[in-house]
Design a protein around this ligand. Structure first.
Ligand code: ATP
Ligand code: MG
Length: 573
């Protein structure tokens, strides 16, 4: 690329809304341009990098036997009604009508369309396994689009879907994809962690996220200081404790007057007790059914865990009216004993170990003390319903504690089971001649977000520092004195040689001052700069600057091509 005719404008200033470094640098380096909130034009520099990431993705997926398809962005509502997601996907799904008043949406993900596509072709187990992928624009009407390509409304995603004859085979496919993702993000030159994850609106019951480690990341990750355990904080398990209450003494249950004391803090202060002796009783609606969730007073309820535990679509705190009706009391006095309506009671495991606990009395201004499970009430079910935090004991090993990191989720793999194939009749004739739903997995990578994450991880004051594999150009040649024919001829010759040797080169032949070119080269972040100046060239030399280390060296013109070929090969190892 000759920069003299490039569609490129670099900038010193950044718009106020660009809060994170990757957004600022992508804007300043002339890579993206905003069209509307969360919707961007990809300019040539960005698209080159995106295409390189896509090429890596394609190579690694094809190695695992995946086949590429391309599905439409516009999707008919009927398919979403079949899966049930038309009702509960919420406002992120951009819905509209065509001229015949039929409902459509812009695809935020493609489980419905692919399941429909596959059911029209699938007859027998003999055709399987299938793993189909596409790289395509998605639309999600995000409530807070921000951080440029990191959280856009329209964004490029690679999505893949696997179809297998059995759970076992599907889990093998899951592992293949896990391995492919590891390879992909390694090749992109990123430092990342694969962590246990919740499944959210996609569903299913096993999932990992690939998180690029960066302080600006929106996700919290907890990982063990000792073993390999790592999980998104939404999902991170909390160590189970064994209690031995046999020898303990149960106090009598008593109702105590706690006027106006509602929160855990107010009640524990008033009664001079520790928050951990109290029980937090929260009424939730889980897919519209109310349930009482009990957790220790010093812990936080984790709604994501409730959603997974109940395999629910929507989990929300019950409204005031519902709470007052169920408890027969003002807000703040709910508890498991004496509810006016029988509702499901789910307790966190750790509630089981609290003796003589304190909870709301389902009567305004009263709490109960000396409450004991077994004697006074029994939950319908126990589960893990609380948030994990840094410094908690590792839930897996004996030795470690949890540490917190920030991460950017660049990819996620899900084992789906038969959630969509059953709802949408995607069946095949199995080995015993029986119609069986296909076992599915789905796998996403945010291509634009990967690009942004690469910049978050690789930059300095001056600009971007591209990993070689995904740099828009691998090297820039900078002739400094355009009036010196020796300089321009050498630059042109090197440029041609580089291209012939398979080096992705740009030449900065703009009529600009050297300082301007240096700044731009640092900002855009080419891994290597070849600087050609009259003086050095008179000695038969050019100068090389390596962007990542700032290292500079002089090298004989005749040796430059071989040097760059070796340097690139080494960087891609
Ligand atoms: P998030 O939790 O960040 O909203 P998600 O879990 O909803 O993302 P998935 O459904 O797992 O996203 O989508 C697969 C991948 O697509 C994500 O891992 C992420 O890299 C990318 N992605 C999701 N939403 C966006 C977005 N708004 N902008 C850019 N990339 C996105
Ligand atoms: Mg995700």
């Amino acid at each position: 690329m000759r920069l003299s005719s490039a569609f490129l404008k670099t900038m010193k200033e950044v718009p106020k809304e660009a809060q994170v470094v990757s957004h600022q640098l992508m804007f300043r380096a002339g890579m993206i341009q905003k069209l509307a909130s969360g919707i961007y034009n990809y300019l040539p520099m960005a698209l080159r990098s995106l295409r390189k990431i896509e090429a890596i993705i394609r190579e690694e997926l094809e190695k695992k036997g995946c086949q590429e398809v391309l599905m439409p962005v516009v999707q008919p509502a009927e398919l979403w009604k079949e899966s049930g997601r038309w009702e509960y996907y919420g406002a992120e799904l951009l819905r509209f009508k065509d001229r015949k008043e039929s409902d459509f949406c812009l695809g935020p993900t493609h489980e419905e369309v692919i399941t429909d596509m596959v059911r029209k072709n699938l007859k027998s187990y003999k055709q399987l396994p299938w793993n189909l992928y596409q790289i395509q624009s998605k639309f999600r009407d995000e409530i807070r689009p921000r951080f440029g390509l990191m959280r856009g409304r329209e964004f490029i995603m690679k999505d893949a879907y696997s179809f297998d004859e059995s759970v076992e085979k599907s889990l093998e496919n899951y592992q293949l994809m896990f391995d492919a993702y590891t390879e992909i993000f390694n090749r992109c030159g990123l430092k990342f962690k694969a962590v246990d994850a919740a499944t959210g609106a996609i569903g299913g019951d096993k999932s990992h996220e690939f998180q690029v480690l960066a302080d600006s990341g929106e996700d919290g990750i907890l990982s063990c200081s000792h073993c390999g355990y790592a999980a998104n904080e939404e999902k991170a398990a909390v160590k189970k404790v064994e209690y031995n209450l046999d020898s303990a003494e149960f106090a009598p249950m008593e109702e105590v007057h706690t006027p106006g004391r509602k929160s855990i803090e107010e009640v524990s202060d008033f009664l001079d007790k520790e928050p951990r002796e109290l029980i937090k009783s929260m009424i939730y609606t889980i897919d519209e059914k109310p349930a009482l969730i009990l957790v220790p007073g010093n812990k936080e309820v984790n709604e994501t865990k409730i959603q997974s535990f109940f395999n629910a679509n929507i989990v929300a705190l019950a409204n005031d009216e519902t709470v007052e009706k169920i408890t027969g009391a003002d807000l703040g006095f709910a508890g498991p004993i004496g509810l006016k309506e029988k509702i499901y009671i789910a307790a966190d495991y750790r509630v089981d170990g609290i003796m003589n606990m304190i909870c709301g009395a389902n009567r305004s201004d009263y709490h109960l003390t000396g409450v004991n499970i077994g004697r006074d009430f029994k939950p319908d079910v126990y589960g893990d319903f609380i948030h994990a935090y840094a410094e908690d004991d590792c839930p897996v090993c004996e030795a470690g504690t949890l540490e917190e990191h920030r991460g950017i989720e660049v990819g996620q793999v899900f084992y789906l089971g038969t959630k969509y194939s059953e709802a949408m009749n995607c069946n095949f004739l199995d080995r015993n001649g029986k119609q069986t739903p296909a076992v599915m997995g789905c796998y996403g990578i945010g291509v634009g977000r990967t690009l942004a994450a690469a910049i978050e991880q690789n930059h300095d004051e001056a600009g971007i520092i591209w990993p070689m594999a995904i740099a828009p150009y691998e090297v820039v040649i900078m002739p400094l004195q355009l009036k010196d024919e020796n300089v321009t001829d050498t630059a042109d010759t090197l440029y041609k040689e580089f291209l012939e040797a398979g080096i992705d080169a740009a030449i900065d032949d703009r009529n600009e001052r050297p300082g301007f070119k240096f700044n731009d080269a640092d900002l855009i972040g080419y891994p290597v700069q070849i600087i050609i100046g009259s003086k050095t060239l008179a000695e038969g030399m050019v100068e090389i600057k390596i962007r990542a280390t700032g290292e500079k060296m002089k090298i004989n013109v005749a040796e430059v091509q071989e040097w760059i070929v070796d340097f690139k090969a080494e960087a891609l190892k």
